[in-house]
Design a protein around this ligand. Structure first.
Ligand code: ADP
Length: 243
């Protein structure tokens, strides 16, 4: 299981994460919510070392990182082999076909044979109903389709944890539903997901566990039912403000 302890991060004079400790259970969907600027993306990106925390610890099975010490590239790669990030703006490579976008990490980073990587990519594309776009380029696809491709790309490396930053931002409700169904299926199939979202209805549908961040501090860590029925003024106020 992936766990963090007392994680801190400062940008300039701003303390963005103020000692966050949390567990991200396997085969569950953990959703990180909170007001804008509360540190959600910074926390998510810390789990993939796209952001380097200043102090605290991260443990993942036998891997233990102490951020007050230097992190070796071997440790970083070990962590990144277990996690895969789906970016908010999808970040597909514009000059590569859809198939190449999905197979590039398996082939070039994980050294999977080309045939095998392509076979796996076609399988993923069929699952999301987009195999006919294998030879197309990203700009030929709609936003919702590109988002599904970026999830396929993250899945192609068979990560233990899939990290998603606002997976439904800028999608219309129909596309949002498609992504929701895809994430629900991933979750039902026993994948471990960690997701940042502003969309409380989406969180309600897909989450097992909720982390509520405010001003760099964890204000709630527990199961979804407890969060949505929480009686604290602050959680009620937040839920009323965003729904
Ligand atoms: P959230 O995802 O909850 O909106 P973020 O983690 O994106 O919050 O940002 C938290 C705070 O950290 C914000 O005030 C933001 O401006 C600041 N911040 C985030 N990334 C950087 C960065 N790379 N450099 C400087 N400040 C940053």
């Amino acid at each position: 299981m992936l766990q963090i302890s007392k994680l801190t991060k400062q940008f300039g004079s701003q303390q963005v994460l103020k000692g966050i400790s949390a567990r991200f259970p396997e085969k569950q969907t953990t959703v990180i919510v909170g007001p804008s600027g509360s540190g959600k993306t910074t926390l998510l990106r810390s789990l993939d070392l796209l952001v380097r925390p200043d102090s605290g610890e991260l443990t993942f099975d036998d891997l233990k990182l102490d951020f007050s010490q230097p992190i070796s590239s071997k440790q970083r790669n070990k962590l990144r082999n277990k996690t895969s990030m789906v970016f908010q703006n999808w970040n597909l490579f514009p000059n590569l076909t859809i198939l190449q976008n999905i197979t590039s990490a398996p082939i070039h980073v994980h050294k999977v044979a080309v045939d095998q990587a392509e076979h796996q990519a076609h399988k993923l594309l069929q699952e999301v109903g987009l195999d006919e776009y294998a030879t197309a380029y990203p700009h030929e696809l709609s936003g919702g389709q590109q988002q599904r491709i970026s999830i396929c790309r993250a899945l192609a490396v068979q990560p233990q944890y899939i990290l998603l930053d606002e997976p439904t931002s800028a999608l219309d409700p129909e596309r949002e539903n498609q992504i929701l169904r895809m994430l629900e299926r991933l979750s039902n199939e026993g994948n471990s997901l960690i997701m940042v979202t502003h969309n409380m209805q989406f969180a309600k549908n897909v989450a097992d566990k909720i982390l509520f961040l405010e001003d760099g501090e964890l204000q709630f860590d527990g199961d979804k039912e407890a969060f949505f029925s929480a009686k604290t003024d602050r959680i009620q106020q937040f839920l009323q403000g965003v729904t």
